[in-house]
Design a protein around this ligand. Structure first.
Ligand SMILES: [Zn+2]
Length: 158
């Protein structure tokens, strides 16, 4: 588990990289990805619910199902497809970081295993790598992508 702020910035950066170019999904989707990437509306809601950490809320299948829902909504052109899409990005980015932090990794019902990486690849929560590398990189990436996306929207408007 990374710090909440690292999870949230990673989710926002990822959403800003893949989001549709319309202003509403770009802005509101960033908020949804940000809050579903870390904190009490993310997979870590299990910490406050007391249902065992890295259990059902950390299932790989949750962001996959959200992604499928987004695709099913996007195909006929439903306008709010970006809602489950942004939630899939936020939730999925959280799980991706959790794969790299600790022996428990994340569970998968389909694969019938827990996904994790060897010990030497672990990101230690609030350790030097997270504080000095990951957090600044995600912060810079999210900031640069936000500025770029807003700039591109301004170019389209003119
Ligand atoms: Zn987690």
């Amino acid at each position: 588990m990374c710090m909440k702020s690292t999870h949230r910035l990673a989710a926002a950066a990822l959403w800003l990289a893949v989001a549709p170019s319309d202003p509403l999904p770009l802005a509101a989707g960033t908020a949804l990805a940000y809050y579903s990437g870390g904190g009490s509306f993310s997979p870590d809601m299990d910490l406050s619910l007391g249902i065992g950490h890295r259990g059902k809320t950390h299932l790989l299948e949750i962001p996959l199902a959200l992604g499928v829902l987004a695709a099913v909504m996007a195909l006929p052109g439903l306008p709010l497809y970006w809602v489950p899409f942004s939630l899939a990005v936020g939730w999925g980015s959280h799980l991706l970081l959790d794969i790299f932090s600790g022996r428990r990794g994340i569970p998968s019902k389909i694969l019938r295993c827990r996904l994790t990486v060897p010990d030497w690849l672990w990101i230690h929560t609030d350790g030097w790598f997270e504080r000095m590398i990951l957090f600044p990189v995600f912060l810079a990436t999210a900031g640069a992508l936000a500025a770029l996306r807003v700039f591109l929207i301004c170019l389209e408007v003119q």
